[in-house]
Design a protein around this ligand. Structure first.
Ligand code: G4F
Length: 339
């Protein structure tokens, strides 16, 4: 029998890659956004999926709207990507960030409980919940120490899922997702900002990039790999939470070097702090620092240990950071050439 998946917040990169995976598996895929008629669903279009996915308007923070949608769609699986997703922006919009994450998951949990549907629920939690307060690779037994309004909101949503699973025996679980990227990533995230900037430099439309803390280390993977883990989590006999991460880290500076290398420019670094610059082999300054991109509170290192997901889900990632960077730069050059 055909399974139905409801993807709440389908417009982002995870919604698009998950739609692709589920359609390939024969699912009926229904996606929601706040206003489906006004939404361009550009990521679904980029993967040529816009005509294969049914799109509904749903406000995840409005209980009636969630109740109506879940009752009408009758999903077997629900994937929750709702909520304000930029950590930097969460300091400017703390209330919107908290409400968008906590109300959306509460509404979904309550609706699944209320309708007594046997729907399985996946919630996208974040590696940011750990706060990067200890070195080394973090695993599922490490305590959360959220250090931004975004991380506080994600941690609250994570605990709501855990509470409902325990109290009401719902099939509900969270993937604690570390940074995952692709050419569908928004320009407000550092990897895509870098690859888009590098593409513009390559095509002569821009001279240099301005970044914030280039010494931050992140554990980067590819969104296409991470949505496979989400699906696997909902196919297990029992619901459990899993870290989804690559297991290794790189600095923003090193990612920048890789992106420039993809267009044949070798960066060397001079100066330090806000005076640090990246200069190419021709002596042209390509990277400079602007403190306006510094975070109020920075998580210097985020490093996840995916051993539990590998062991219990049989999850393996296919992409390396080198292949992700090359793919993103090539896609950005291609997109700019089409404009
Ligand atoms: O790309 P970012 O904005 O991602 P961040 O904050 O790590 O959050 C992402 O990953 C989380 C999981 O670990 C998700 F929960 C979250 O939704 C999102 O997907 O920033 C990465 C690093 C930070 O340390 C930031 O300070 O890059 C540093 N950075 C340096 N210059 C910059 C910039 N970040 C941005 N956005 N823009 C810059 O110019």
């Amino acid at each position: 029998m055909t399974k139905t998946a409801l993807i709440c917040g389908i417009s982002g990169q995870d919604g698009a890659y998950l739609s692709h995976l589920l359609l390939d598996k024969g699912y009926r895929v229904v996606g929601t956004s706040r206003d489906a008629r006004m939404s361009r669903f550009s990521n679904l279009r980029k993967l040529d999926l816009a005509r294969s996915v049914e799109c509904y308007s749903m406000s995840p923070t409005d209980f009636r709207s969630v109740l109506y949608t879940v009752d009408k769609v009758q999903p077997d699986e629900i994937y929750n990507f709702s909520g304000q997703s930029s950590l930097g922006v969460s300091f400017q919009m703390p209330v919107e960030t908290l409400e968008s994450h906590t109300l959306s998951i509460m509404n979904l949990l309550e609706v699944v409980r209320f309708l007594k549907r046997p729907a399985r629920l996946f919630n996208a939690a974040s590696g940011e919940c750990y706060g990067g307060i200890r070195g080394g690779a973090l695993d599922e037994t490490d305590p959360f120490h959220p250090r931004s309004p975004y991380a506080v909101a994600k941690a609250a949503a994570f605990w709501q899922v855990s509470t409902y699973r325990e109290a009401y025996k719902l099939y509900a679980c969270s993937g604690i997702l570390f940074n995952h990227e692709s050419h569908l990533r928004g320009l407000n995230f550092v990897t895509r900002k870098i690859t888009d900037g590098v593409a513009r430099i390559h095509l002569g439309g821009q001279q240099q990039l301005t970044l914030g803390n280039i010494h931050a280390r992140r554990d980067w993977g590819h969104a296409e790999d991470y949505v496979k883990a989400m699906w696997l989590m909902l196919q297990q006999p029992q619901p459990e939470d899993y870290i989804i991460a690559s297991g290794s880290t790189e600095t923003v500076r090193s990612f920048t070097e890789k992106a420039f290398a993809a267009i044949g420019l070798r960066l060397c670094w001079q100066g330090s702090g806000v005076k640090e610059t990246g200069i190419d082999q021709h002596g042209v300054t390509r990277v400079s620092i602007d403190p306006k991109y510094f975070r109020l509170v920075e998580v210097e290192v985020l490093h996840g240990n995916p051993a539990k997901a590998e062991r219990e889900l049989g999850w393996r990632r296919q992409h390396t950071l080198a292949s992700i960077t090359a793919e993103m730069v090539a896609a950005d050059i291609n997109a700019l050439q089409q404009q």
